[in-house]
Design a protein around this ligand. Structure first.
Ligand SMILES: Nc1nc2c(ncn2[C@@H]2O[C@H](COP(=O)(O)OP(=O)(O)OP(=O)(O)O)[C@@H](O)[C@H]2O)c(=O)[nH]1
Length: 395
């Protein structure tokens, strides 16, 4: 009997221990199930591991739960294709778009002349004022005398006092002075097996690098392939500045790794690479130099001669800052002797009342103004159109 009681007691103890153990194991797992789901996790999502059971991390779990979710490919996350290339503004009608800038800065010329011609009497004193207005706008003495003489004569012969008619006469005379018949085409067509080569020259700070950058955009807008040559090796930041302009429109820049490298060598390489790449145009930026520094002017002549080993330089553009007025004419004459300037770029016409410099510089050099700068914006460079220019002055 004692043995039976002993066995029953032993079974009871074992059973109690078993229940206790079961409770101990089951409780913690229940508690875990009641935890809120992790953000974004729902039942049945790939985060659930144990054969249909939800899994939330707990003390003692592996630090990392293996993922069996489909990995997203690069295409799925939509990476950008490459650097964003800008689309420059169309070339056609640029001057018309920018006419406000000209009209604003040159209102003394256009509106001033119209006001004088509309006076009740056109006496000697009034004609003198007309003359002064033209001179103040930097037209130069000869063109001013010609315009005033022609206007006086026509007003006298026609006997007109009608403002609209007088405006028309003034427009015609200004247009004649600006030279509507001059050839202003930029030589940017490929020449047989080689690209057109354009060199940009001028004194410091006139806007050469900016002009090369803007011109590259203008050519890209005409669907031309362009290479830039950073032959301004004087100013450390110039090559960087040029390359940035090029990058914006997907145009490569040939430059030297070294500051102070030989500008002729850089220009030569630019034309070589442009030829190999079969581009349409190679644009070469050069360092600013004062016209009275003989050594620097000689160096410029050398750059041109070295480039000419590949073939002729098709266009030499002299950049003149319109705000410097008559001083620009002296620069123009010296540069023209050294590198045979074929076209003028007048920059900063948005910031000066001296729009007449267009007439003066053409008159003194016999070289046409081909482009004008009308602001610091990337597309604020326009091909020069005499009619649109005069209309802007008189608007
Ligand atoms: N308002 C105005 N500013 C201009 C125009 N063209 C150029 N500039 C500004 O003129 C300044 C000088 O331009 P750059 O292109 O650096 O001149 P640069 O001739 O290359 O200078 P250097 O290399 O030192 O000789 C810059 O601040 C340009 O933004 C323009 O048409 N209008």
């Amino acid at each position: 009997m004692e043995t039976v009681e002993y066995v029953i007691g032993l079974i009871a103890v074992i059973a109690l221990a078993g229940v206790g153990a079961l409770v101990g194991f089951v409780r913690p797992r229940r508690r875990r199930r009641n935890l809120p789901p992790r953000p974004g996790q729902q039942a049945g999502l790939p985060g659930d591991r144990r054969d249909g059971e939800e899994h939330l991390p707990g003390v003692g779990d592996d630090a990392e739960v293996p993922r069996d979710s489909a990995t997203r490919t690069v295409e799925d996350v939509g990476l950008p294709d490459g650097p964003v290339v800008e689309r420059p503004a169309p070339v056609l009608g640029r001057l018309v778009r920018l006419r406000e800038r000209l009209a604003r800065s040159n209102s003394a010329l256009g509106q001033g002349l119209l006001a004088l011609l509309s006076r009740d009497t056109l006496d000697e004193a009034t004609w003198e004022e007309v003359e002064d207005t033209l001179l103040l706008a930097d037209l130069g003495v000869d063109p001013t005398t010609r315009i005033v003489d022609a206007l006086r004569e026509r007003v006298k012969v026609l006997g007109t006092r009608d403002p609209a008619h007088l405006r028309e006469l003034l427009r015609e005379e200004l247009l004649t002075a600006v030279g509507p018949g001059m050839d202003r085409t930029l030589a940017t067509q490929r020449q047989g097996e080689r690209p057109a080569v354009v060199m940009v020259v001028g004194v410091n700070g006139t806007g050469k690098t900016t002009t090369v950058g803007k011109l590259a955009r203008l050519l890209v807008a005409q669907d031309k392939d362009v290479v830039l040559g950073a032959a301004d090796t004087f100013r450390a930041a110039a090559a960087e500045q040029l390359a940035t302009w090029g990058d914006r429109v997907g145009v490569p820049t040939v430059r030297s790794d070294r500051d102070g490298a030989d500008p002729a060598a850089v220009a030569f390489d630019a034309v070589k690479q442009g030829t190999e790449a079969e581009v349409d145009v190679v644009l070469i930026d050069t360092a600013g130099r004062l016209q009275n520094k003989v050594g620097l002017m000689d160096e410029l002549g050398k750059v041109k001669r070295v480039v000419e080993r590949h073939g002729p330089v098709d266009e030499v553009l002299l950049v003149l800052d319109a705000t410097t007025g008559q001083n620009g004419l002296r620069q123009a004459a010296v540069f023209s002797e050294v590198v045979d300037v074929t076209g003028i770029v007048l920059t900063k016409l948005d910031g000066t009342a001296k729009g007449g410099i267009v007439v003066a510089v053409q008159q003194s050099l016999g070289v046409p103004v081909k482009l004008i700068g009308l602001g610091e914006g990337a597309d604020d460079l326009a091909p020069f159109e005499p009619e649109a220019f005069v209309d802007a002055l008189l608007s």
